[in-house]
Design a protein around this ligand. Structure first.
Ligand code: GUN
Length: 297
């Protein structure tokens, strides 16, 4: 069994990004800039946002945190989105999810200029990704694809089972891995990616275990601790755990995979933390640099 060390791969990619940003500055250009909007004081969101801002600093991307109160109206938040859409010094921005109940997530995400949508969550970017057009690819799926690529894990012709049908992970990762490689986007190692046969499973799927046992690669993004157990895994499968669940003491993080039981059966497996999470953040940095370059040209 080999651990898919997202933390290590992400640090290699950050070093590559830092070189690119240093070169921009040496050539007399300004630094790229990311803005991060956070509404309210969800502790998990605050941690994620602080990690994103710290990662920006490491590679020389400027970061602005826009912290808004939980009782902000949808109209005022929309206005903030418009301000960031129009601010020429901001290359890309994200609105950290989840948003408070009284705010419609789709309304907010749809208002983001897709050229600045470095989380790749706007309907434009999702649609463009589906059609293989140049787009900003949603950060977690992009990170998963990169992790598979860096470990030379091929997807062509293989059966990928995705558990979870969210707009943020399940649907876009399924789309990316089944794409024809010639539709792949710049900056990725295309050799082994795409062309998968993908099955998307969810809470209403019947006999999830039987479907999983036919998978060469399982991507679990359901938000349910220990959902994937050893009996559901074919020996030699690759396991990607997107789950981040806080358990018992409120601090310990566990994924959606029963890691201790599944790991001995797997060929490759991501740990939680230190697997997919750092890759999501590094994808955000890559997308910010891409948005900057698109913006500049
Ligand atoms: N909440 C959890 N993950 C994410 C993410 O990747 N982007 C945003 N905007 N919110 C999130």
């Amino acid at each position: 069994m080999t651990l898919l060390d997202g933390k290590h791969i992400a640090s290699l990619i950050r070093a590559e990004l830092k070189q690119q940003v240093d070169q921009l500055l040496a050539d007399g250009h300004r630094a790229p800039k990311l803005a991060v909007v956070i509404v309210g004081h969800n502790p998990a969101s605050e941690t994620y946002v602080n990690n994103k801002i710290k990662a920006c600093a490491e590679v020389g991307i400027q970061a602005e945190k826009v912290a808004l109160e939980a009782d902000i109206t949808e109209a005022d938040l929309l206005q903030e989105v418009q301000r960031l859409n129009q601010d020429p010094s901001v290359d890309g921005f994200i609105v950290q999810l989840p948003l408070p109940e009284h705010i419609n997530e789709t309304t907010i995400l749809s208002a983001i200029d897709y050229r600045k949508d470095v989380d790749g969550l706007t309907p434009e970017n999702v649609g463009r990704t589906v059609q293989g057009l140049p787009s900003l690819v949603s950060a977690t799926p992009k990170g998963i694809r990169e992790l598979l690529a860096r470990y030379n894990i091929p997807t062509a012709g293989r059966h990928v089972v995705v558990i979870g049908r969210s707009n943020i992970v399940g649907k876009p990762v399924a789309m990316l891995l089944m794409q024809k490689p010639y539709l792949s986007l710049p900056g990725m190692s295309a050799a082994s990616l795409g062309d998968a046969t993908v099955t998307i499973c969810h809470s209403k799927t019947q006999d999830l275990a039987a479907i999983c046992r036919t998978a060469d690669i399982i991507i679990v993004a359901a938000g349910s601790p220990k959902l994937l157990t050893a009996d559901m895994v074919k020996p030699g499968a690759t396991i990607i755990d997107v789950g981040i669940n806080r358990v018992m003491d409120g601090y310990r993080l566990v994924g959606d995979v029963d890691f201790d039981a599944v790991a001995p059966k797997a060929a490759y497996i991501t740990p939680v933390p230190g697997g997919v999470g750092p890759m999501t953040i590094v994808s955000l940095l890559q997308n910010t640099l891409q948005a900057y370059q698109n913006h500049k040209s």
